[in-house]
Design a protein around this ligand. Structure first.
Ligand code: HEC
Ligand code: HEC
Length: 322
């Protein structure tokens, strides 16, 4: 009996020591991963994008009028991008004054900072290069990798990013100090073991040029591929679906969006639109989280955007799920 107790005692000590050592290892290795400096290119683009000189001449605009029209158009394009395609407000708040990406112990508290010009706003001194770094490379202005899932935004063109900056900057200033992201023990463990990847590590290139303009807004595979950039974060780089890496453990696996029998082979365009707008599958069953986070945005996509997405999905090689 005594020996059994002694062995149990030793086992408990071993478990506690192992847990402590694992935590120390996870903390140190996450700290290392987050304090690295990542080299990215330094680019520039106009904010807002100016009008085409030919159009300015055709409309007979003075240079001031041309600037005003350019700003108005950029803001409206930016509004559509943020409302229908790039869910910045999901984590930064509907008024961009700060929001929640994850706030769950023991994973951690990953809050989206205040992007307005109010007190606590972090973008007052941002250059175009800083916007490029955080949004398309997942890198903070000082070069450290961020917890923001910027891999979803890699395909964004300069003009789209510029439009989003114009739209966000046109929002009223709100004072709100948002605490910096902090990881709990489980969050550190997931980063240390590579279960949660930092976006800067998922992005292929930090040096290649971005396209200046998006593909023409028409029903084409090229435009569809561009739009589907934001679907790959959950549905996978080849859109074949499977469990969502680094997602909330309660989330459903993402569906196979390729024209395979386990995917959308038997679907029509109308079926696709019904999911995207009404959250209902062809068999009448409702879709679940987290696709339901996407549908409010998809609901504001134009007909051309939805048709282009569908055309692209249909053009994919049929792959089995996962
Ligand atoms: C899934 C959640 C999420 C989405 C979507 C998201 N962000 Fe973020 N963003 C974050 C988090 C979390 C941080 C804090 C990152 C850090 O400090 O490591 C952040 C940080 C930032 C920062 C500030 C970096 C700094 O200087 O501290 C900017 C600017 C930014 N995001 C812009 C955007 C824009 C623009 C979009 C839309 C194109 C966007 N974000 C979409 C979660 C998100
Ligand atoms: C935040 C993660 C996430 C993002 C981003 C996302 N999806 Fe989904 N999607 C899911 C999940 C999870 C399901 C499965 C839901 C279910 O089983 O109820 C799903 C289901 C679907 C379905 C239904 C397929 C079926 O067989 O039932 C379609 C269609 C779809 N998504 C299209 C898209 C498109 C197009 C985009 C990009 C514009 C996109 N999704 C972006 C997570 C996501």
């Amino acid at each position: 009996m005594r020996t059994a107790l002694k062995i149990l005692g030793i086992l408990i000590v071993l478990v506690v020591v192992a847990a402590g050592a694992t935590y120390a290892w996870a903390s140190a290795s996450t700290e290392r991963a987050l304090s690295r400096t990542i080299d990215t290119h330094t680019i520039d683009f106009p904010i807002p994008f100016p009008l085409d000189p030919e159009e300015v001449e055709e409309l007979g605009l003075s240079s001031e009028e041309a600037d005003r029209v350019a700003l108005e158009r950029a803001r409206e394009r930016g509004r559509h991008l943020v409302e229908a395609r790039y869910a910045c407000g999901e984590c930064h708040g509907a008024d961009f004054s700060g929001g929640v990406m994850v706030d769950a112990f023991p994973i951690g508290s990953l809050l989206g900072p205040n992007l307005t010009s109010g007190a606590g706003g972090v973008t007052a001194n941002y250059t175009a290069a800083d916007w490029d770094r955080i949004v398309r490379h997942g890198v903070l202005p000082d070069g450290r990798p961020t917890m923001m899932p910027s891999e979803d935004f890699q395909l964004m063109s300069d003009q789209e990013l510029s439009d989003i900056v114009v739209f966000i900057s046109s929002q009223p200033p709100v004072d709100n100090d948002v605490p910096r992201p902090s990881l709990g023990p489980l969050g550190k463990f997931l980063v240390a073991t590579g279960e949660i990847h930092l976006s800067a590590d998922l992005i292929d290139s930090h040096g290649a040029d971005h396209r200046a303009y998006p593909p023409a807004a028409e029903v084409s595979v090229e435009f569809g591929r561009h739009l589907a950039g934001v679907c790959t974060g959950c549905h996978g780089p080849e859109l074949a679906g499977g469990p969502i890496a680094g997602g909330d453990p309660s989330w459903l696996a993402a569906s196979n969006l390729t024209p395979h029998e386990t995917g959308l082979a038997a679907w029509s365009y109308e079926d696709f639109v019904r999911v995207m707008r009404d959250e209902v599958r062809p068999d009448g069953s409702p879709i679940g989280e987290p696709m339901t986070l996407v549908t409010p945005y998809a609901d504001r996509m134009t007909e051309v955007e939805l048709m282009a997405l569908w055309t692209y999905l249909e053009s994919l090689p049929p792959l089995p799920e996962g």
